[in-house]
Design a binder for this molecule. Structure first.
Ligand code: SAH
Length: 390
């Protein structure tokens, strides 16, 4: 196995538990490695750090899988890691749906596995983990004996790793339109054509958090995707709910979800661009008791953080103007590039511009099946805030 040595004058990030080794942190090497191979990493003075997979095409040159010199990376290794991750979720109370593997936070960098009851959706986002896809599928088969496994590898980041974007079955074909249960409601999930893996499991606890503020309320949900927050609002007693999303497909599914739960009279959905309508609606004097915003990331790269901040500010300012005095704003941000502090500052700035005072109700993050590993700050990505707007 090839050996790679870290340069002397680099920070202690890797030594302190971060699994990524960047190309410019590497000095000498011994032996050769093909892209995707397992290699050993040592400090400049030869002490063992870990084993991981390498890809010269990526700035993140090596991602560590283990820090145990005696651990072999083989089929059994992936079985053990996935089994451990499932035991951890079960310990936390997950039964039916969960993010089973959250990449770095489960010591399986660049691997995502979502469990929708008996169905599993995989994303392998680096070449080195792609190589082990067979072992990963075998492990899922062995542990869960599932109804089906699907890969949603139609993700642009794969091209950076020199891989094609693909999606398809990793088990015998199955019906990819499924329904799942969450918080006493049912939701259609389109594994094949839905966004990301089909459903945003990370908000499942946050959806429950709106319960006390929606009773008898007129609610607006912007960026509603398949209407999950809207349906929770109806379930918790809202008088009326309007959900908006730019995607016709998402809105069609949201309507189906309303019917599936018997809330079609309360929840209405429209396919509209939020940036086109919110300003006008504020001018028209429309007001809601609760406005919920869960916009897309606005940026995927560090260079464009300012663009994301501008986007969040704009959307939140517009949302705030639609909230009645004493009403509530529910607002989220799903990119790790915007830190919790930055997000709160954006909301504070928007409130200043809207000349409103905020009273904080809830300040939350992603559900615990998306664990936050303290050594890997990017594992904390979701911000979720409920404020009363005085
Ligand atoms: N809250 C949802 C997830 C929202 S994801 C859930 O928990 O399931 C963000 C959504 O914003 C996507 O569905 C996307 O289609 C939508 N979107 C993106 N740009 C938009 C725009 N300009 N106007 C309205 N919706 C938009």
């Amino acid at each position: 196995m090839a050996k790679f040595f870290l340069r002397k004058k680099i920070g202690d990030r890797v030594a302190n538990g971060h699994p990524w080794v960047f190309g410019n942190e590497l000095g000498d090497s011994e032996g050769t490695a093909e892209p995707g191979d397992i290699v050993e990493v040592y400090s400049y003075n030869g002490s063992f750090i870990g084993k991981g997979y390498i890809n010269p095409a990526s700035q993140i040159r090596i991602r560590l899988l283990t820090r145990d010199k005696n651990e072999t990376i083989d089929e059994q290794f992936f079985y053990k890691r996935i089994k451990e991750a499932w035991e951890y979720r079960k310990l936390l109370g997950y039964v039916e749906n969960c993010r089973l593997i959250f990449g770095e936070a489960d010591m399986l960098p660049a691997l995502i596995i979502d469990k929708f009851n008996d169905h599993f959706v995989i994303q392998s986002l680096a070449l080195g983990i792609e190589r082990w896809k067979g072992a990963i599928v075998n492990a899922i088969q062995k542990i869960f004996n599932p109804k089906g496994i699907y890969e949603r590898n139609d993700v642009p980041v794969r091209t950076i790793e020199g891989m094609e974007q693909i999606k398809g079955f990793l088990s015998a074909p199955f019906e990819t339109n499924i329904t799942i249960n969450e918080n006493g409601l049912k939701f259609h999930v389109d594994i094949e054509n839905g966004q990301k893996t089909g459903y945003f499991l990370d908000q499942q606890d946050n959806r429950r958090a709106i319960k006390p503020i929606v009773k008898d309320a007129d609610v607006l949900e912007v960026f509603c995707y398949t209407g999950t927050f809207s349906l929770h609002a109806a379930h918790y007693g809202a008088k009326s709910v309007l959900g908006l999303d730019i995607s016709e497909t998402a809105v069609a599914t949201a309507r189906k979800n309303a019917e599936l739960n018997g809330y079609q009279d309360i929840c209405k959905f429209e396919a509209l661009n939020a940036f086109d309508v919110l300003k006008q609606w504020a001018k028209d004097g429309r007001r809601y008791d609760v406005v919920m915003l869960d916009p897309p990331a606005f940026t995927k790269s560090r260079e464009n953080i300012q663009k994301a901040v501008t986007g969040y500010k704009e959307v939140n300012l517009r949302g705030m103007k639609l909230v009645k005095p004493g009403g509530f704003l529910v607002t989220a941000s799903c990119t790790n590039l915007v830190t919790p502090e930055m997000f709160l500052n954006v909301i504070g700035d928007a409130a200043k511009d809207a000349r409103r005072t905020l009273r904080q109700v809830e300040w939350r993050t992603q559900a615990s099946d998306h664990p936050i590993l303290w050594n890997v700050p990017s594992t904390q990505y979701l911000k979720f805030l409920i404020v009363q707007m005085l």
